[in-house]
Design a protein around this ligand. Structure first.
Ligand code: ZN
Length: 145
């Protein structure tokens, strides 16, 4: 899903939380967590293409990868390091220790649920396989990217 939709959904929910007496700092943390973890797509691009060019990274995910998906016979498996169950678990553990991470966790969980719904209804989802577990991905591929 495009980051702009995560930003819109995250903003709406963080405003609702704020209007229901959530501390504005925690509402802001929730908002940032609801879209900030998509930075791992850029990290993936940096490692894959050895480039820091953000506009090209955007084009890669919007156009180049879609072309590749259409032409490939086998599904392409992608690893976005923050979009894994292990990372979610680490944030959950931090949330048990510090209140601020409770809102990071909830914002990130909100992000992941939107991503999962989007991937379920997306037409090309059979050719695009996002790795949901870092351990499973590494055990299958022997290298991270
Ligand atoms: Zn995402």
């Amino acid at each position: 899903m495009l980051p702009i939709f995560h930003i819109i959904f995250g903003l709406i929910l963080s405003i609702i939380l704020y209007l229901n007496n959530l501390n504005p700092f925690y509402a802001a943390i929730f908002f940032l967590a609801s879209f900030g973890f998509d930075i791992d797509h850029y990290i993936y691009y940096i490692f894959k293409k050895k480039s820091f060019n953000l506009p090209k990274a955007y084009i890669y995910f919007r156009k180049d990868l879609n072309k590749k998906l259409k032409n490939n016979q086998k599904p392409i498996r992608l690893l976005f390091i923050f979009h894994t169950i292990e990372f979610l678990f680490v944030i959950f553990l931090l949330a048990l220790l510090l209140e601020i991470f409770q809102w990071v966790f909830l914002g990130f969980l909100f992000h992941m649920v939107i991503d999962w719904i989007y991937l379920l209804i997306k037409k090309d989802n059979k050719k695009y396989k996002r790795a949901f577990s870092l351990i499973a991905y590494v055990s299958r591929h022997k290298k991270i990217i």
